[in-house]
Design a protein around this ligand. Structure first.
Ligand code: AMP
Ligand code: MG
Length: 340
């Protein structure tokens, strides 16, 4: 398949939005930018289009997709019995990186929810995404636009590397502003439960949801065959081919560990790079978790180019959006944690 590369400069913008909307209305699939990561969009009403998304990504069929909307009217068409607190969250955090799991109606295709009676929904904070949704007139199911298992794409070039030739089009827009996927909260249990951390933090959510529970899968490996609230958490994720370890400790101890390992590399903070003698990639500064979120997937995509056997990743704090970065790195390291 020839994958169209669509531009977003002012002169091409309208045509790109209209072309994308037309492809989606015809049952095709298009990679679109969002503020979190690039998404691979399909009509959430079209089972056949959804199938194409699962196939292009190599995504397991029991892992449901997030539906992206651009108006509250669509929310009431695809979800029902929406708790008051969920509406308050929508008011406060939408458009933005918060996905809410709610009771589904029959409007969306069953395959979107992978057989569950719930639907995950969010309104992205990206004008290209919002325009494509509005012009198509469709709710769009859009998982991250990467090959399943590999780091999520934060640049159009990442999408191209994984999916060129497998999807109808890629919208080339800016790098994603946030860099990690949305926060996922389920309102289908009492109290509400944080299933995946993201840029809307647990601290922010607790201002509306004081009884919010953080699911154990956020920071621990789900037990084999255990029932999980969010099917996505049980899969291998974000992993480079290089064996990765997540390391907790101060800068001096981290440098001491990696510098003593021949054939290894480090993923470290910018401020400690000078003390590290093995090949290294910096992913932001430790005191600003947003810089880490912005770079984490890009850096994970470059690890294998270093040609080393192992990579040691300096763990961020678990505060604020740091929890989301920690959660992704824990999976990239297949839950191998070294505490110094
Ligand atoms: P992705 O779209 O690749 O960022 O992944 C979507 C995430 O949302 C995965 O972790 C899914 O398991 C989760 N998710 C989507 N729909 C539901 C749902 N109905 N119930 C629980 N988790 C969901
Ligand atoms: Mg994903």
């Amino acid at each position: 398949m020839n994958t169209q590369k669509l531009k977003t400069e002012a002169s091409a913008y309208r045509e790109t939005v209209e072309k994308s909307a037309a492809i989606l209305k015809n049952g095709g699939i298009v990679a679109i930018p969002t503020e979190t990561v690039y998404g691979l969009a399909a009509s959430a009403l079209d089972d056949n289009a959804i199938k194409k998304v699962f196939t292009a990504k190599g995504r397991p069929q029991d892992n449901p997709l997030i539906v992206h909307i651009s108006s509250m009217d669509t929310l009431f068409e695809i979800a029902q019995n929406i708790p008051e607190k969920a509406l308050l969250c929508a008011e406060k955090f939408w458009p933005g990186p918060l996905t809410m799991v709610l009771e589904r109606t029959d409007k969306t295709a069953k395959s979107v929810s992978a057989g569950l009676n719930t639907v995950a929904v969010r309104m992205p904070d990206n004008s290209v995404a919002l325009d494509v949704i509005t012009v198509s007139g469709l709710p769009l199911a859009a998982p991250s636009a990467n090959t399943s298992g590999s780091p999520s794409p934060t640049k159009a070039e990442h999408v191209e590397a994984d999916l060129d030739g497998k999807i109808d089009a890629i919208i080339f827009s800016e790098e994603c502003a946030i860099g990690v996927e949305s926060t996922v909260v389920s309102f289908c249990c009492n109290p509400p439960r944080l299933l995946r951390p993201g840029a809307v933090t647990a601290e922010q959510l607790r201002e509306i949801l004081p009884d919010l529970v953080i699911d154990s899968a956020v920071l621990a490996e789900p037990e084999k065959d255990a029932r999980v609230e969010s099917p996505g958490v049980k899969y291998k994720h974000y992993a480079p081919k290089t064996e990765a370890f997540l390391v907790e400790g101060n800068s001096a101890d981290f440098a001491g560990l990696v510098n003593s390992k021949p054939d290894s590399a480090a993923i470290c903070f910018a401020e400690e790079a000078d003390g590290i003698t093995v090949p290294k990639l910096c992913y932001g500064t430790s005191e600003n978790e947003f810089t880490l979120a912005h770079e984490v997937f890009s850096v994970l995509r470059r690890v294998d180019d270093l040609g080393v056997k192992q990579v040691y990743i300096h763990a961020p704090s678990k505060n604020g959006v740091g929890l989301a970065v920690y959660n992704r790195l824990l999976r990239a390291a297949a839950f191998r944690v070294i505490t110094l």
